[in-house]
Design a protein around this ligand. Sequence first.
Ligand code: ADE
Ligand code: ZN
Length: 326
Amino acid sequence: QTLLELAKKMPKTELHLHIEGTFEPEQMFAIAQRNHVALTYATVDELKRAYQFESLQDFLDLYYQGMSVLLHEQDFYDLTMAYLKRVHDDNVVHVEIFFDPQAHLERGVSFETQIKGIYGALKDAERDFGMTFKLIMSFLRHLEEKDAFDTLALAKPYLDWIDGVGLDSSEVGHPPEKFVNVFRECKSLGLKVTAHAGEEGPPAYVWQAIDEIGVDRIDHGNRALEDNNLIATIKQKALTLTVCPLSNLKLRVVDSLVEHPIRCMLRLGLNATVNSDDPAYFGGYMNDNYAALVEETQLTKEELYRLACNGFEGSWLDQPTKAKHL
Ligand code: ADE
Ligand code: ZN
């Protein structure tokens, strides 16, 4: 079998996925209609044509606009279930998904509404597909630390459903150190911690994520490769990098996949993984990301296996469950 066939068939994990970034235009229009809310774009095609991004912020503007039609528990359930069905076809057997509670709270959608819809779909996929999952609540870094604390307070009744916390949205100008206190509190509650770092931000932000936040893994991490001491530290701590090839291409983090750093990360001994970030916006789900790497980067069979294994190793599953998947 070809490498591409192998990539598609092998069991995989998804460790960097924003559920709001799986909102396909067709579903967005359907939910907008049933909720009687208007979208800025008149048609699915018009919306899709707007998916041309020069930067992370360019994308985020559309991302927050798109999710604004999500109002009811059923909307969050339908969004999540559509994604889980889609990646079940890609043989993704374990997912760790982010949601952005603050982006919905500010529109008047309660924490309870959001999490009940998302968690309900995850439990149904566990029952129906044998999929395992972790749920990660992400703080919006363009807001203040106080807002993150307020969100954490709302999450307290649901901590049994939440495995970890993350940090996302506009990176440059919002360094991890801005959130040191709230992450300390999260850790004391037993939550795992990750943060987007080094997507557009400098190596200093990755250092802060490690030294000041004490992250359990790093989302993206591309720009860590600019600093040899940082590379050595990530390796020594065996921190997993949740890398997102098609996202990096769409958001101009790289000019082409040929020059994508993921193979370099593997050569350096870093635990790089493949993930889709916001697949509805970036042109592909899990297998599309693998297919793009196989086709564009001369990935070897060993590298393919390593990437998939790194996904299980870097997951927050307990050892027996990991072993069951493999
Ligand atoms: N929110 C959703 N996708 C994101 C990304 N790639 N970077 C930062 N924030 C995000
Ligand atoms: Zn992301």
